[in-house]
Design a protein around this ligand. Sequence first.
Ligand SMILES: [Zn+2]
Length: 185
Amino acid sequence: MAFFRRRPLGRPLRRLFPPPPVPPKLLQANRLLASGDYPAAAEALEQLAQGAERRGLPQAAPLYLQAGHARILAGDTPTGMGSLRRGLALFVYTGRLQRAHRAGERIVAELRARGLTAEAEEMATYLWSLLPAGSPAAGPEPSRRTRLPTHCPACGAPLRPDETDWLDEVTAECPYCGSPVRGTE
Ligand SMILES: [Zn+2]
């Protein structure tokens, strides 16, 4: 009887396929964000997030978070808060609890640092209402020797190593465009 190893499904398999083409609108949104045109970046990111949500793509959650970030930088805090809540909720609804936890805690800290104290409290309350009772704290990401570039070389999005899926020890996957991004040791 032949023995065969079960191939783990999911992440390793995805590496066999070429990365998806980067949508021109995503490139444009990241350029607008980098150049400080926050209202236009927010609008483009909101449209991308809504499109990704309609198609059930995992990029929807991080795109909403990025759209909310851009809206707040553009001075429209209420709209930004709406996108931030949507992004966190989508992480939870798609079973990515750790990601929701980690991103949520970062967002609360950022709101506080911006002096948006009431919004920070509101977001913290919302985050706890989303997470199932007794869900473990986010905890620190295991430390890695690999350093990611600050921005995705394919789409230009800013990357956060602790909010990125790692395909292996040195390769992460851009949460916005799905391209593999190699880090350096
Ligand atoms: Zn990318």
